[in-house]
Design a protein around this ligand. Structure first.
Ligand code: GDP
Ligand code: IMO
Ligand code: MG
Length: 427
């Protein structure tokens, strides 16, 4: 019953797309279990680059069945434009399965995301503006629209009415916007029903049967541990659970089925949007990481905030996810620094703190305590084995492993599928 969870160990954009794609050739199913098209996963195959938002990265591996689980929020217009973009490039997407219980991002959810952010002003979260938070809010408030609702017009109409009742009051009276007509939304959603139908399935049954049949299932997280609604830097988080437990609720498999949890960990740190980030750099080193690492958002095109590696966060990710392995990415980006600072602890109000403080106020003024590790200048992008890395790069990886609390089983030395050093097999 090999069921693997692959997730971001920091604030997203760690290289999950590349890691999933790398494993995709050997797995039977790749499942997205939370989030939606706020994700931006880059996969580079030969000279072809793909940017995936909603679809699981396994869609690029011909033998693999991609699954959108019940925990995902689906914007149908984005889904179809992503599918047709891939079809035009010759990718077969016909095996895709979508849970009938997944919630739909409606046009009013996107509107609410944008107006609430604007209303928050300088306190805004810096969301991707894709309607993610409001759609999950509707789900929890029990006024959400599910994929299966598109197949019962009367129920759909009642649900859209219920959802818009309060929202239209808010839009017109508080935000000075026009009300949204129920009929227009229902018509738009019904317009997707036939096109969606071939993909809709009881994905919980499919996945549990697959596991019973000893098929290999990979759960691909969106976002990252520190963006988790429960375990992240709340309120500067996304509205779902990218952490390992989210795979169980978001796909309908029991925790006893999960055999491996792989944390994708960038060799430095990045973050998009607002919120605390202790190792953030505002100097030329930060600029260099952004430039060399190509740190620009795949979804919104925003520059990513960049900083040194933070071992406190990595340890925290190990703990809350029960990580069995790390996949360290973008080691190549650090080539050329004489010394590389690594944050080993924080200083908070004059005290050294080894673990992530649970208090938000403490975390907001945590100062990084750095240890300097010697750098390397040799090009490492062609390295195929750990032994081929320069001694100082090996020592950097070993130091991170020791501080982070789980073995580093693979190392990314470039964006391509084959630019990876495999140390321990994941399967
Ligand atoms: P994701 O959201 O976690 O899938 O990550 P993104 O795709 O948003 O950002 C990761 C970026 O790093 C992408 O441009 C990848 O092509 C690139 N990338 C992934 N692994 C490596 C690596 O080991 N080295 C380098 N140089 N780039 C990498
Ligand atoms: P991948 O899967 C990085 C951030 C947004 C914002 C916060 C809330 O590519 O790693 P949301 O639209 O989700 O309500 O925004 O979360 N965010 C991401 N940051 N990578 C992502 O996805 C992200 N998805 C959301 O920038 O700060
Ligand atoms: Mg991304």
């Amino acid at each position: 019953m090999p069921a693997l969870v692959l997730l971001g160990a920091q604030w997203g954009d760690e290289g999950k797309g590349k890691a999933t794609d790398l494993l995709g050739g050997s797995v039977d199913y790749v499942v997205r279990y939370q989030g939606g098209n706020n994700a931006g996963h880059t996969v580079v195959v030969g000279d072809q680059k793909y940017a995936l938002h909603l679809l699981p990265s396994g869609i690029l591996s011909p033998g693999c069945t991609p699954v959108i689980g019940n925990g995902v929020v689906v914007d149908p217009s984005v889904l179809f434009s992503e599918l047709s973009g891939l079809n035009e490039r010759g990718v077969d997407t016909s095996k895709l399965l979508i849970s009938g219980n997944a919630h739909i991002i409606t046009p009013y959810n996107v509107t609410v995301d944008k107006v609430t952010e604007r209303f928050l002003g300088k306190r805004k979260i810096g969301t991707t503006g894709r309607g993610i938070g409001p759609t999950y809010a509707d789900k929890i408030n029990r006024v959400g629209i599910r994929v299966q609702d598109l197949y019962d017009e009367s129920i759909l109409t009642q649900k859209v009415e219920a959802a818009l009742d309060a929202k239209n009051q808010m839009l017109t009276k508080l935000y000075n916007r026009r009300a949204i007509a129920v009929g227009q939304v229902v018509e738009e959603l019904l317009g997707y029903a036939d096109k969606l139908a071939p993909y809709v399935a009881d994905t919980v049954l499919v996945l549990n049967q697959a596991l019973d049949d000893d098929k290999v299932v990979l759960f691909e997280g969106g976002q990252g541990t520190l963006l988790d609604i429960d375990h992240g830097t709340y309120p500067f988080v996304t509205s779902s659970n990218p952490t390992a437990g989210g795979a169980c609720t978001g796909a309908g498999v029991g925790p006893t089925k999960i055999s491996r949890v792989i944390g994708i960990l960038k060799a430095y740190t990045t973050r998009v949007g607002a919120g605390p980030f202790p190792t953030e750099l505002f100097d030329e080193d930060g600029e260099a990481l952004r430039r060399i690492g190509g740190e620009r958002g795949v979804t919104t095109g925003r520059d990513r905030r960049c900083g040194w590696f933070d071992a406190v966060i990595a340890r925290y990710a190990t703990r809350v996810n029960g990580l069995t392995d790390f996949f360290l990415t973008k080691l190549d980006v650090l080539t050329g620094w004489e010394q590389i600072p690594v944050c080993v602890a924080y200083e908070i109000d004059g005290k050294r703190v080894e673990e992530l403080p649970y208090s938000q106020s403490d975390f907001h003024h945590a100062k990084p305590v750095y240890e300097m590790l010697p750098g390397w200048s040799e090009d490492i992008s062609k390295a195929k084995t750990f032994a081929e890395l320069p001694k100082n790069a090996q020592a950097y990886v070993k130091a991170l492993e020791e501080m982070s609390g789980a073995p580093i089983s693979a190392i990314g030395v470039g964006p391509g599928r084959d630019e990876t050093i495999e140390i321990n097999s994941f399967l």
